[in-house]
Design a protein around this ligand. Structure first.
Ligand code: ACO
Length: 436
């Protein structure tokens, strides 16, 4: 963090002395005003619901320029990572800061591979859930439960524990997501296979059965790998901030990641891909493309509470670069599976076309986000809609754990403790019950 030549001065209309605040510059992106001493000097807090103007930490992992539509992992553009690297390389990059060479990649991938099995006892824990439980409810439980099974990686202040927890989490998430799926359809769990890639192995655990050999389709394998890469990290979003805040108390890494899973579930965040597909299915059921105009009128009506799911983003106010890459994957997968005329894909294109031309969306800088297409891809692959957010959680685990480890290694890290503007009753006395 470099001190900038600029200083910020905060002056008050009530005659209180002005306060000078230091300003820091990052390597790219906006400067930040350091308000850590503000309360001590003025007795005032800042007010920023949703943290729209607050940098909660310093980080060297992911950079987003929302106006340019740029996403960089450790400086590398997402377009290059998605087309020239795979998810294992991306995980290595996020965790260690560099893209691995051939040998390092092989040893990292091997390390991950040899941690993909979960303790057999996890099956019995999983069997305690109802078969129709939402996979994110199951994932929240399973990921938290890892801390009960892997005692040698629960000390967040121990670098070796953090490293093995990171590998375990990345390795076991596909196993857990696939187990949650197999459990919901009543099929036997499939053990991981070490001759497959990370994405191929996930497909195998999802779709193979013990009855016949399962051959991984390379187009689908690539698509899944790309979904993982595109979702691997995204700066200080709600779930990542949740992981950091939760981990800031010194809790174990599995518990902190479980908190991230819980946060991601919401429809304004990771649950958007599920909500987007449900929206498309509902429009399709009510008449399809002919009903798009009517649906858009509802979206634009403030009183309807209807949103165009998969559109809009808190940070991207130009376009989401991941949406472009996901659209490309969508075309590839639908073509490989002979689904070019898929009605939901056509419907999505029609909605996108109208939205991109409509003043309501243009003036509010609302563009498709990654989830607009990822749901269509996953549905085409045969992944049930309820599992979409689980797959997002699987991918984001790499980013969560990298961010958590970065936070713990930061000498400036403190337990998170936001303050508030209190709007409730001032002090009052309890009256005897008969006179209330
Ligand atoms: N459909 C219709 N209107 C929208 C949408 C949408 N999808 N998104 C935003 N708007 C409108 C808002 O109503 C608001 O209108 P107003 O200025 O007239 O009041 C304006 O656009 C600004 O919207 P905000 O909600 O203030 O924008 P914010 O940055 O807070 O919200 C969010 C971003 C939550 C993602 C929002 O766009 C949304 O709910 N989108 C749909 C859900 C979605 O796809 N989420 C996925 C996010 S990406 C991810 O997690 C991977």
């Amino acid at each position: 963090m470099k001190l900038s030549d600029t200083k910020a001065t905060l002056s008050f209309s009530n005659g209180s002395p002005a306060v000078e605040l230091p300003v820091y510059s990052g390597n790219i992106g906006p400067d930040v005003i350091d308000i850590r001493k503000l309360y001590g000097q003025t007795g005032m807090f800042t007010y920023d619901p949703g943290f729209l103007s607050t940098a909660s930490c310093q980080s060297a992992i992911t950079f987003i320029d929302g106006d340019k539509g740029e996403l960089l992992y450790r400086g590398y553009p997402i377009e290059q990572l998605a087309t020239q690297c795979d998810f294992m390389e991306t995980c290595h990059l996020l965790l260690y800061g560099n893209l691995p060479g051939v040998e390092t990649k092989a040893s990292f991938a091997k390390n991950v591979k040899y941690h993909t099995m979960v303790n057999e006892q996890m099956q019995f824990f999983l069997r305690g859930f109802r078969r129709d439980a939402h996979p994110m409810a199951i994932m929240t439980g399973l990921v938290g439960a890892l801390s009960a099974f892997y005692h040698d990686s629960t000390d967040i202040n121990n670098a070796a524990h953090r490293e093995v927890a990171a590998i375990r989490l990345i390795a076991k998430m596909p196993t857990l997501v696939a187990m949650a799926y197999k459990y919901s359809v009543g099929q036997p769990f499939m053990y991981p296979k070490n001759d497959l890639s990370y994405a191929g192995n996930f497909l195998h655990m999802m779709f193979a059965t013990p009855c016949e050999p399962y051959v991984v389709n390379p187009v689908i394998e690539r698509a899944i790998d790309r979904i993982f890469t595109l979702h691997a990290d995204h700066e200080q979003n709600a779930s990542t901030s949740t992981v950091r805040l939760c981990g800031s108390s010194g809790t174990n890494p599995f518990a902190a990641i479980a908190a991230g899973v819980a946060c991601l579930w919401g429809p304004a965040h990771g649950g958007a891909n599920e909500a987007c597909l449900q929206m498309l299915e509902e429009i399709q059921a009510s008449g399809g493309i002919s009903k798009v105009g009517e649906f858009m009128n509802q979206v634009k009506d403030k009183n309807s509470n209807v949103k165009l799911m998969g559109f809009g983003h808190r940070v991207y106010k130009n376009y989401d670069p991941r949406a472009t890459l996901m659209q490309e994957t969508c075309n590839e997968v639908l073509e490989a599976l002979g689904l070019q005329d898929d009605p939901l894909f056509k419907l999505a294109k029609a909605l996108e076309k109208i939205a991109l031309e409509d003043d309501y969306f243009v003036s509010r800088k609302l563009y498709p986000n990654v989830d607009f297409y990822s749901g269509i891809v996953q549905r085409a692959i045969g992944i049930p809609v309820k599992l979409f957010t689980g797959i997002f959680a699987l991918a984001r685990t790499a980013g969560w754990i990298a961010q958590l480890n970065e936070m713990i290694s930061d000498p400036e890290y403190k337990i998170g403790r936001p303050r508030q503007l209190f709007t409730g009753s001032p002090r009052r006395d309890v009256l005897p019950i008969a006179s209330r």
